[in-house]
Ligand binder design. Structure first.
Ligand code: GAL
Length: 380
């Protein structure tokens, strides 16, 4: 009896997965382009909830799609690669009609993407490019090389080597700096790094900027999973190994606000920011609320604002286009080669935020309220 039930269950499971694979179920292949939005589901796979930005991204994408009438299956993977693979697998077998994915590891989803392609489910890579797969249909992101350029420029402005308009500043240096990069398995980390290094190189070559630790290769400075604690530990190690001779760090290139907060904590624990030992210029990215407060308080120097509301809107527009069996409109068809093909992309511009920009750029646009900035916390 038990064996018969198990066999029946296995048969049903096989039927479901075959239906998904042949596109006969509720999945992408079942949508002929004239289905009602309410009959279509979009799977949204986000990397982690430990960062404000991904929570905001997930919520915005869900809201925008639901406003268009679609059903949304939003999942977070806790920065764990097998969890994300499993969640995407499940979205496919449960008959998602389109997928929007911000990958943890940009190279780890080829199997899932093949299954999606077999079931005719379009895949949109969200902010992070999915690599090594022909089955990425579209990419929505920001101009990630320009993010790196903007971070390097913010470091130069903070040090007084450059003015905000790009003209030469009054400071002459030389300054001691240290460099941080993001997670090596995230395509964006490489774009941020090259944009920043191309901009800083002339100053390093001229001896105006000195990377005292000598660590300038991306492999030496990368922070796995963009983790704050890992960044804090690396900064502590740098202070012990390269600054125990009385010298000071003047600037730190940081690619992401979470990393910046780890760096700042290490510096403060080592006495920076009290007495005559000024905190170095520290850059960032994402305008996370905790960092916006630090910028407001004069502790972090800048961040790069990427408006996740606009990114979510573009993802929803692209998703809807695919569901209506149309091609979404790209504004870049050259930059993002994922190792197999150039993925058509929609790239949004970014904005550098210093203290003076918090009100006009972040508060007046409704991204954060003045109260949230003062508290350093998002109101849920
Ligand atoms: C990157 C993203 C950055 C930052 C980082 C850490 O992929 O482009 O804006 O969010 O991940 O989450």
């Amino acid at each position: 009896m038990r064996r018969r039930i198990l066999a029946a269950a296995a048969g049903a499971a096989l039927a479901i997965s075959m239906a998904a694979c042949s596109g006969e179920g509720a999945g992408g292949g079942g949508n002929t382009g004239d289905s009602k939005p309410g009959d279509l589901t979009i799977g949204v796979s986000m990397p982690t909830q430990t960062s404000e930005r991904w929570i905001a991204d997930g919520n915005s994408v869900k809201e925008k799609l639901e406003a268009k009438g679609y059903k949304v299956d939003l999942q977070y993977a806790g920065d764990d690669i097998p969890t994300q693979s499993q969640q995407v697998d499940q979205m496919i077998t449960q008959g998602a009609d389109a997928l929007i994915i911000a990958a943890i590891d940009g190279t780890a989803l080829s199997g899932q993407l093949q299954a999606a392609a077999d079931a005719k489910i379009p895949v949109i890579a969200y902010d992070r490019l999915i690599r090594d797969s022909p089955n990425v249909n579209f990419y929505v992101s920001f101009d990630n090389y320009k993010v790196g350029v903007a971070q390097a420029n913010a470091l130069l402005v903070g040090l007084g080597l450059q003015n905000k308009d790009g003209s030469k500043g009054t400071a002459t240096g030389p300054f001691n700096i240290e460099l941080f990069a993001g997670s090596l398995d995230d395509n964006n980390a490489h774009f941020f790094f090259s944009g920043a290094m191309d901009t800083l190189k002339p100053f390093v070559d001229a001896g105006t900027l000195k990377v005292k630790s000598g660590q300038t290769k991306i492999e030496q400075i990368a922070i796995l999973r963009w983790q704050q604690e890992t960044a804090q530990r690396r900064m502590e190690d740098l202070l012990t190994s390269s600054y125990n001779d009385g010298s000071k760090v003047d600037g730190v290139l940081s690619p992401y606000d979470g990393i910046s907060r780890g760096i700042i904590t290490a510096l403060q624990n080592a006495g920076y920011g009290s007495g005559a030992k000024k905190l170095p210029v520290v850059t960032g990215q994402d305008a996370e609320i905790a960092s916006v407060k630090l910028i407001n308080d004069g502790i972090q120097s800048s961040t790069i604002f990427k408006d996740t509301r606009l990114l979510a809107e573009q993802a929803a527009i692209a998703g809807e286009a695919f569901l209506q069996k149309k091609e979404p409109q790209a504004n870049d068809t050259k930059t993002y080669n994922n190792g197999v093909k150039v993925v058509p992309s929609f790239l949004l511009p970014v904005q550098t935020v210093y203290k003076d920009d918090i009100k006009p750029v972040l508060v007046d646009s409704g991204y954060w309220t003045a109260e949230e900035v003062a508290a350093g916390q998002a109101k849920s």
